[in-house]
Design a protein around this ligand. Structure first.
Ligand SMILES: Nc1ncnc2c1ncn2[C@@H]1O[C@H](COP(=O)(O)OP(=O)(O)OP(=O)(O)O)[C@@H](O)[C@H]1O
Length: 204
C-alpha cells in the first residue's frame, strides 16, 4: 500500500505550520523528514497518522496501515516488558512478540517492570512496539532520542529489515541513520503568515 499525501496543509494549536506538501511513500521505501525545530515535522506525522485532521489536502493509504511512535514511548510503566508487548500485540491482533524482543535486545529485560527501565531501554521498548503492530507503515518521531550508538544501529537494522519485508517508514530525525531513503526537507513548505483580520474595519 502506497501512502499518498497531496497538497497537505496542517496546523498546530490552530496555527498553520506547513502547506502545499505532497509526497508518496511506496512499500520498501523510507522517507526522512528534515527541518528546523518547530517547523512542523511532529504535526505532519500526527496528521498522517490520523491523530489530527489536515487543514486542507489529502492523506491516502494510511488507514489501518500506520503505526505511530511519537515523543512519548507509549509504554505502560507497571507492566513488564513482555506484558507491554503482549498488550500491544493484543490491541493490533498480532501474535509472536519474540522477534520484537530480539530485534531490540530486550530478551534479558523481558521480566523487568517497564517503569524501572532506563530512558534508552524504554525507548527500545517503545520502538519494539512497532514490530508487534504488524502494520506496514511506521511513522516515527525522533526515534533515536536516548539511544546509544549500538541502539541506534539496532534501530536502523530493524527499519532496514522492515523495508526489506515490504514495509515503509516515515521518520523525523535530526541525525543520519545511515538508511537509504529519500530526504524531504519540509522547510520550504512553511505556511505563510495569515493576514491579520481587519477587526476595526468591521465597525467602519
Ligand atoms: N500542543 C501544541 N499547541 C500549540 N502549538 C504547538 C503545540 N505543539 C507544538 N506546537 C507548535 O507547533 C509548531 C510545530 O511544532 P512541531 O512539534 O510539529 O515541530 P517539529 O518540526 O516537530 O519540531 P522539533 O524538531 O523541535 O521536534 C511549533 O511552532 C510549536 O511551537
Amino acid at each position: 500500500m502506497t501512502l499518498t499525501v497531496t497538497d497537505l496543509a496542517i496546523a498546530r494549536g490552530g496555527v498553520p505550520v506547513l502547506e502545499g506538501l505532497s509526497f508518496t511513500l511506496a512499500p520498501g521505501r523510507a522517507l526522512i523528514l528534515r527541518g528546523p525545530n518547530g517547523i512542523g515535522k511532529t504535526t505532519l506525522l500526527r496528521t498522517v497518522a490520523g491523530l489530527q485532521p489536515p487543514l486542507a489536502g489529502r492523506v491516502e493509504g494510511a488507514e489501518e496501515t500506520i503505526a505511530y511512535a511519537g515523543h512519548a514511548d507509549g509504554i505502560k510503566p507497571p507492566l513488564t516488558v513482555t506484558e507491554n508487548l503482549k498488550f500491544w500485540a493484543q490491541v493490533f491482533g498480532t501474535g509472536d512478540i519474540a522477534p520484537a524482543l530480539k530485534a531490540f535486545a530486550l530478551t534479558d529485560l523481558a521480566d523487568r517492570q517497564a517503569g524501572n527501565l532506563s530512558a534508552g531501554q524504554k525507548r527500545r521498548l517503545g520502538l519494539a512496539r512497532m514490530l508487534v503492530t504488524g502494520r506496514p507503515i511506521w511513522a516515527l518521531d525522533e526515534p533515536t532520542v536516548s539511544l546509544d550508538r549500538d541502539s541506534v544501529a539496532m534501530f536502523a537494522a530493524a527499519v532496514r529489515a522492515h523495508l526489506g519485508q515490504g514495509g515503509a517508514a516515515l521518520i523525523a530525525t535530526h541525525i543520519d541513520l545511515g538508511l537509504e531513503g529519500e530526504v524531504l526537507d519540509v522547510g520550504p513548505y512553511k505556511a505563510r503568515p495569515r493576514p491579520v483580520e481587519d477587526f476595526d474595519g468591521g465597525f467602519l
